[in-house]
Ligand binder design. Structure first.
Ligand SMILES: Nc1ncnc2c1ncn2[C@@H]1O[C@H](COP(=O)(O)OP(=O)(O)OP(=O)(O)O)[C@@H](O)[C@H]1O
Ligand SMILES: [Mg+2]
Length: 304
């Protein structure tokens, strides 16, 4: 099996569609379920540090840049950010990678495979490697991630701008297949869905079919709109299932008031949002399992 067969990239050509939130929460839930997970932050915004609460403990992407510059091997810079979950942080330094990739390409080399090469020796230590990417259309960072991944997961919204984002990504995938022919779309997940979910789901399924060729690529699960819970989680550096646990265990407001304490009021919508992420993570892991089983069966048929 390909060493990078468990590398998933969260990507789409549009900003603010939930790439980072989905990457962090799926990684956290998979780690909690016992999988050994590595998160790679390939975004110079470095937003994963807020979702996971390792603010100021990262290196702004320094390790990623120096490793790729020297054709070295990546190390998990932050170990056990949660049990079973390691992180290679991103941040402002990653902008230097754009020049590195473009420079190699000007010399006629293939710059986009640098991350794949640096990740291969580390990959056997993990059950799942998740890469978060920036929204930029031309970004060499996105191409680095796509060249290293087996699967793409696309968080999307059901609006006109998001379908454009899907098309941008589809073009990037066509280009990257020249260096990474095994890459495939695992699915698209509807993110930030409001109450008109059924109608919007139908439109989104049409969009997914028109750009990606198959409406079944849209995940059954959705991530609902829950701004207060999302904001609260990022502010506290907690994942949604961790925030839901706080809500679940919170003392009733009247008990706090009676005792003269200010009641702690984390957003109650984190409970429902947590259910969405659990269902999504479960569906995503099952899709990988089903694809691997089918590949195994194909291989057996060929070698029989
Ligand atoms: N379930 C949700 N409902 C509403 N808003 C949310 C939800 N989850 C996250 N958000 C908010 O939506 C915004 C975008 O989310 P996120 O950062 O995950 O998207 P992104 O695609 O990674 O963005 P970028 O393209 O800038 O990297 C953030 O401000 C986040 O707090
Ligand atoms: Mg992001």
């Amino acid at each position: 099996m390909n060493e990078l067969s468990r590398v998933i990239v969260f990507a789409t050509g549009k900003g603010g569609t939930g790439k980072t939130s989905c990457a962090a929460n799926v990684a956290g839930l998979a780690a909690q379920a016992g999988m050994k997970v590595l998160l790679v932050d390939l975004d110079s915004q470095g937003n994963l540090e807020f979702d996971l609460g390792y603010v100021d403990k990262g290196d702004e992407g320094k390790h990623l840049v120096s490793t790729l510059l020297t054709d070295g091997v990546l190390e998990p810079v932050l170990k056990n950010v949660r049990p079973n979950l390691d992180v290679i942080p991103g941040g402002g330094k990653l902008d230097e990678l754009e020049d590195l990739v473009l420079g190699r390409e000007r010399r006629g080399e293939d710059g986009s495979i640098l991350l794949a090469n640096a990740l291969k020796p580390l990959a056997p230590d993990y059950d799942l490697i998740i890469i978060d990417t920036p929204p930029s259309k031309r970004s060499a960072l996105v191409m680095l991630a796509l060249a290293a991944a087996r699967w793409i997961v696309i968080p999307t919204k059901s609006d006109r701008a998001s379908i454009k984002g899907l098309s941008v990504l589809a073009d990037q995938v066509v280009r990257i297949r020249e260096v990474n022919p095994t890459i495939d779309v695992l699915g698209a997940i509807l993110f930030g869905m409001g109450s008109a979910a059924t109608v919007r789901r139908r439109f989104a399924a049409d969009d997914v079919r028109s750009v990606l060729g198959d409406s079944a690529l849209l995940f059954e699960s959705i991530i609902r709109h829950a701004e207060a819970a999302a904001g609260d989680a990022r502010e506290k550096g907690k994942l949604i299932h961790e925030l839901a646990e706080v809500v679940h265990n919170a003392e009733p407001w009247y008990v706090a008031l009676k005792a003269g304490r200010r009641p702690e009021r984390p957003a109650g919508s984190s409970l429902a949002l947590c259910d969405d992420y659990v269902l999504f993570a479960d569906e995503l892991i099952k899709r990988i399992g089903a694809a691997e089983e089918a590949e195994g069966a194909d291989l057996e048929a060929v070698t029989a």
